[in-house]
Design a protein around this ligand. Structure first.
Ligand code: M6R
Length: 606
């Protein structure tokens, strides 16, 4: 959830650290800091707020040193201020940390008795003093090995030492960490995105491993301190996808990229000539699978819910879904004939990873639907279905959501076909319809003027509701999540049929309510639910698909009509206005759309 960078070079590193930290800000942005080693001293600068603030507050050009570490923070222990910002340093050790040290209170007590003085409220500071303590009686590698064994919890660490001035130590348990290789310099980073402008040669550390990075050498060790060899991966270097281009925000760009996301997904998985779906190297016999459990967090969980409707519609499989943070601690009945699918854009979400790990430890069949194919979840699942949507930088997930639901729909169709649960003519028709989607999404994107006008009402209201039934229910949840995440207004997603069981009490005069009522099998029921909220004073924004038939209701405040396609695929089109509604609400309020308050893109802590 925080971002880490480290550079060991033959030239000054502060400028490169700053530009990498700017890329890492999607992981956390409440404070930032750098430490460099120069002439036998650790020089540390840090401040509350963004990397820009750090740049404004300090003369970073004069921060000398050919070795350094940097950090952007998403606070866990201690409020976001400059004291709690990383790096944290003792007289001879400086540390940047992503993760949570669960036994920090006990360690702090122990270290205090040894005379260590703590300055911050963070758990990270115990790591600094523990290493300092262990270095008193151990050589470097032994001291690191011992320290890591004493730490409970999760971490990715970057460490520099005043008295060992030519190296950085990196260590990983539970939080991602990568090493990059450059000419006469080497790097440590939370992810390849931060390193990509400097190198395309990367090695990912696995849990329990640590490394020593010098400007001309990188050594890897396992948790017992034994030297190990690791593979170097070559990444594709498409820098343009990391650029906002002419867009004001990454989110705006990512919304507009959705036709391409879907086109790419179709290209990867659909055999247009034979109207078939290709899922290569599926590692299990289809008869071994009788049920599927889908697991994710946030938007990815909404994708799981969406998939449940499709799988149940198209196959006879038993489908369960779960929020990863619940699944990982429940007493699950693991079943050999269940396929566990983990959905995650980043592939690094701590709870989703822990749920996958639990399934792997129980020898279950695991599959990952991810965007980042070098991620921990992608690497540790038995089988991976990439969504291929390119980097998603805006904290609010948009194109990754469409990418995830596309792949899950494709999988549902394929399994239905393999299990002979779908008529082949219908199967092929549905595949043909899929290919119409990119074009229809493009048309659905042309609603900016309408949505801009509507968005003010949502900003001015105390709260709003998003209602849908069937396939539109997950989209209602997703629409509400987008609005609260970006505009900081209360928004609740609900199954429209549940309103009369409690939430109807919230409806009052002028309250904006989004009703998703495509003309599918739920249409009439949803329209009745809509009447019930209108009768109680709600200002209804109806989102439906185009039709010659009139909508049998008066007093609808606004209507948006999306294009027509078969019912299965309408959720793709219904999502677009909701993404734009959230975007324009936040834009009007002047909020930081790509970095909403209190959040981070990749949630690598529990
Ligand atoms: O990287 P993941 O897909 O695992 O992330 C899961 C959630 O944290 C994420 O979808 C979050 O809910 C988004 N910010 C919502 O827009």
């Amino acid at each position: 959830m925080c971002g880490i960078i480290g550079i060991s070079s033959n030239k000054p590193v502060s400028a490169s650290i700053i530009s990498s930290l700017k890329k890492l800000e999607y992981r956390g942005y409440d404070s930032a800091g750098i430490a460099t080693l120069f002439e036998g001293e650790i020089k540390e600068v840090k401040s509350e707020g963004r990397v820009n603030t750090l740049e404004q507050n300090f003369d970073l050009k004069n921060l000398k040193g050919n070795i350094g570490i940097g950090h952007v923070r998403w606070a866990t222990h201690g409020i976001p201020n400059s004291v709690n910002a990383h790096p944290h340093s003792s007289h001879n050790v400086s540390v940047v940390h992503n993760g949570i040290i669960e036994n920090s209170t006990i360690l702090k007590k122990y270290l205090t008795t040894k005379g260590h003085i703590f300055k911050s409220q963070t758990d990270t500071e115990v790591i600094v003093h523990l290493i300092t303590e262990n270095l008193k009686s151990n050589e470097l590698e032994e001291a690191i090995k011992k320290t890591l064994k004493q730490l409970h919890g999760s971490f990715a660490l970057g460490i520099v030492f005043k008295d060992i001035p030519d190296l950085i130590v990196g260590a990983r348990r539970g939080s991602p960490l990568a090493v990059g290789y450059g000419p006469s310099e080497n790097y440590l980073g939370s992810d390849s995105y931060a390193l990509k402008s400097m190198t395309n040669k990367i090695t990912y550390l696995d849990d329990g491993e640590f490394c020593i990075i010098k400007k001309d050498q990188v050594l890897f060790f396992n948790e017992d301190g034994k030297k190990i060899n690791k593979k170097i991966l070559e990444l594709s270097s498409d820098e343009s996808s990391y650029d906002k281009g002419d867009f004001k925000h990454f989110m705006a760009k990512e919304i507009e990229e959705q036709p391409t996301t879907v086109k790419t997904g179709i290209k990867e998985y659909v055999d247009k000539t034979n109207s078939d779906i290709n899922i290569y190297n599926f590692p299990w016999n289809i008869n071994e699978i009788n049920s599927i459990t889908l697991i994710g967090c946030g938007t990815a969980y909404h994708s799981c819910l969406m998939a449940k409707y499709w799988f149940e519609e198209l196959t006879q499989l038993d489908i369960s879904i779960d929020i990863a943070s619940e699944f990982r601690y429940r007493k699950n009945r693991f079943k050999k004939d269940t396929l566990y699918i983990f959905v995650s854009q980043s592939g690094e979400t701590a709870d989703t990873y822990a749920a996958l790990d639990l399934c792997n430890k129980n020898n279950m069949k695991t599959c990952a639907v991810v965007n980042i194919i070098e991620s921990s979840i992608a690497r540790d699942a038995n089988f991976v279905l990439p969504i291929h949507c390119g980097p998603e930088i805006g904290v609010a997930s948009t194109k990754a959501f469409l990418g995830q639901i596309l792949i899950l729909y494709i999988l549902a169709l394929k399994l239905a076909s393999l299990r002979n649960e779908i008529n082949q003519k219908i199967y092929k028709e549905k595949i043909k319809d899929l290919q119409k989607l990119p074009n229809l999404i493009e048309k659905s994107l042309l609603i900016d003027n309408d949505i801009q006008a509507i968005s003010s009402t949502f900003n001015e209201a105390k709260g709003s509701m998003f209602l849908g039934r069937g396939l539109s229910y997950p989209i209602a949840l997703e629409g509400a999540l987008k609005l609260k995440e970006l505009s900081y207004v209360h928004a609740e997603g609900y199954p429209a049929g549940e309103m009369k069981h409690g939430p109807l009490a919230l409806i009052e005069d002028g309250m904006p309510v989004v009703v998703l009522a495509p003309r599918d099998s739920y249409y009439k029921k949803t329209i009745s639910n809509m009447q019930e909220v209108i009768a109680r004073g709600a200002k209804v924004l109806l989102i439906t698909n185009k039709s010659k038939d009139e909508i049998v209701s008066e007093n609808i405040w606004e209507t948006i009509e999306v294009e027509n396609i078969n019912d299965d695929l309408l959720p793709f089109l219904l999502t677009i206005p909701l993404q734009k509604l959230a975007y324009y609400s936040a834009l009007k309020k002047g909020y930081d759309i790509d970095k909403p308050r209190n959040l981070a893109k990749s949630v690598t802590v529990e």
